[in-house]
Design a protein. Structure first.
Length: 111
């Protein structure tokens, strides 16, 4: 497959300014517009309670993002991991990596 040389950034950061994410799928919607799925590149993160780094995915959560700045009608689905803590004695069984939190967009409201 031909890959143009140039920016080494992933499509997700180039198109949506979402560094740390990669595009895992994109489809044209029947009524117009597009739906793009992105997921974090690096899944492993430290548990917020015990600090032990884990990359074991417990479940995936899909979050729809509306306020992605992009010229055109596009719906972005973010696939976020929920990790299992690698420390058996830790009271926190699962956690969402901080790295998979989306940066707040310009239209984001507190709360
Ligand atoms: Zn832990």
């Amino acid at each position: 497959m031909f890959e143009p040389k140039g920016s080494r950034r992933d499509a997700a950061s180039v198109i949506f300014n979402l560094p740390g994410y990669r595009v895992i799928g994109a489809v044209d919607l029947p009524l117009g517009g597009r739906r793009v799925k992105v997921a974090p590149v690096d899944l492993a993160d430290g548990c917020p309670v015990c600090g032990v780094v884990s990359g074991r995915v417990h479940a995936w959560v899909v979050q729809r993002v509306r306020d992605v700045p992009y010229a055109g009608q596009v719906e972005v689905l973010v696939r976020k991991p929920r990790l299992v803590c690698a420390e058996p004695a830790c009271p926190r069984r699962t956690f969402t990596p901080a790295s998979s939190q989306l940066p707040p967009g310009p239209g984001a409201r507190p709360g």
